[in-house]
Design a protein around this ligand. Structure first.
Ligand code: GCO
Ligand code: MG
Length: 402
């Protein structure tokens, strides 16, 4: 079954998405997501200039061979641009294979392991009162697990908090906006936030928090200890993870569960973290870590070491990724949780999905494939708009991790 056409669709229904559509000689099509937030066009070029010419004429059924061809064959391995491009091809080919088999993707992967994927939503507020109101709203909507982020009293703009009345969306049109950071203020304030959330909502909701790579291992250990009384589901990205050994220090000093990996591209980014059991949840995604094919490798290694999945699911992952991930979550034996940051309604004009939110879970339908389709004519109504993630500075102006 030859691949006869492959094209990249760039659109901005609410935010930018890069989508790959592959067509085969018998008319079956598959979709993959290649969105790399703030660096979208680099992946478009990688696909259009270097990958797509090699795909035409290949057998769409040979997913593994194509993965190896694009990974080993490029000579230049790994990296977010390469791996997002490989993922888009891989997911589109899994979509095609599942459609040809007449099965939803989770069946092809090994079948259902659970009714639905437990998801967590994002409650945030500029003030503690706003954050508490957001938690109440997520609870009322049926979320069982809630990530809580809160502004800092003396800092104007920090990660994870909506600035206007609209939903939180980190990428902004135009050049990179700037946010501010103060580690001492943060370390003092966050435990108070969770004390208040537990006091108000009791032990029922599963609570999560994203540190977003801003602390040193020692500072993260301090925060982990201070959060222990509030029994978090996880503390995410406590410190940048290029130095995997850095997590030893955090791990030895706190029982707060640790999650990391949304920016990882391959199993090599988390091999030591997993093998030394330095983390509890691996957040690598189908989109940025090489598709369904490579996420199976990561999840399998994680499973050997009692590490569970907790895949990234922010809005910069398109409905195509979320659709594929819900299938993966439905099957993978060592599933932990799935992030769910809802796309704006306008995104739904372009992408149609076969997953739904039900009582705190994402449940996939039974359409063959991953169940997500794109309306290309509608997509053309929303052309690409340059947008960047923020950069972060300490209060003295020093550039910091965002
Ligand atoms: C999360 C993430 C996102 C990222 C975003 C960057 O846990 O949801 O940290 O909010 O900041 O995906 O592109
Ligand atoms: Mg995160």
């Amino acid at each position: 079954m030859k691949i006869t056409d492959a094209r990249v669709i760039v659109c901005c229904p609410g935010r930018n998405f890069v989508t790959l559509k592959i067509e085969t000689e018998d008319g079956v099509t598959g979709l993959g997501d290649a969105t790399l937030n703030g660096r979208e066009l680099a992946v478009v070029s990688y696909l259009e200039d270097h990958v797509l010419p090699c795909l035409i004429g290949r057998d769409a059924r040979c997913i593994e061979d194509t993965w190896q061809y694009l990974y080993r064959g490029a000579y230049w391995r790994r990296g977010p641009v390469t791996m997002a491009a490989i993922s888009a091809v891989d997911v589109a080919l899994w979509d095609i294979k599942a459609k040809c088999a007449g099965m939803p993707l989770y069946q092809l992967l090994g079948g259902r392991s659970r009714g639905g994927a437990l998801v967590y939503g994002h409650a945030n507020g500029r003030t503690l009162d706003e954050a508490l109101a957001a938690v109440a709203q997520f609870k009322a909507e049926g979320f069982r697990a809630i990530r809580v982020q809160c502004g800092l009293p003396d800092i104007e703009k920090v990660y994870g908090v909506a600035n206007g009345d609209g939903p939180y969306e980190p990428a902004k049109k135009g050049l990179p906006p700037e946010e501010q950071w103060s580690t001492p203020d943060y370390l003092r304030f966050v435990p108070q936030v969770f004390a208040k959330v537990r006091a108000e909502f009791g032990n029922g909701p599963l609570l999560l928090h994203d540190v977003h790579h801003r602390l040193s291992p020692n500072e993260a250990a301090r925060l982990g200890q201070d959060l222990e009384p509030y029994r978090l589901f996880w503390m995410e990205d406590p410190t940048p993870a290029e130095n995997q050994a850095g997590f030893r220090l955090i791990r030895q000093r706190t029982t707060t569960p640790l999650a990391v990996g949304e920016i990882f591209n391959t199993v090599w980014d988390c091999k030591q973290l997993i093998e030394e059991q330095l983390i509890d949840y691996i957040r690598a995604t189908i989109l940025h870590a090489g598709g369904v094919t490579h996420m199976r490798t990561i999840a399998a290694l994680a499973g050997l070491h009692q590490v569970r999945t907790g895949m990234h699911g922010a809005t910069d992952l398109s409905p195509v990724t979320l659709g594929a991930q819900v299938h993966f979550d439905t099957w993978v034996p060592n599933f932990g949780i799935q992030e769910l940051m809802l796309h704006e309604p306008v995104t739904g004009e372009v992408f149609s999905c076969d997953y739904r939110f039900e009582d705190g879970y994402l449940v996939t339908g039974d359409k063959p494939g991953h169940g997500v389709e794109i309306d290309e004519a509608k997509a053309a109504d929303y052309p690409y708009e340059p947008a960047y993630l923020p950069v972060n500075r300490l209060t003295d102006g020093t550039l910091w991790d965002w």
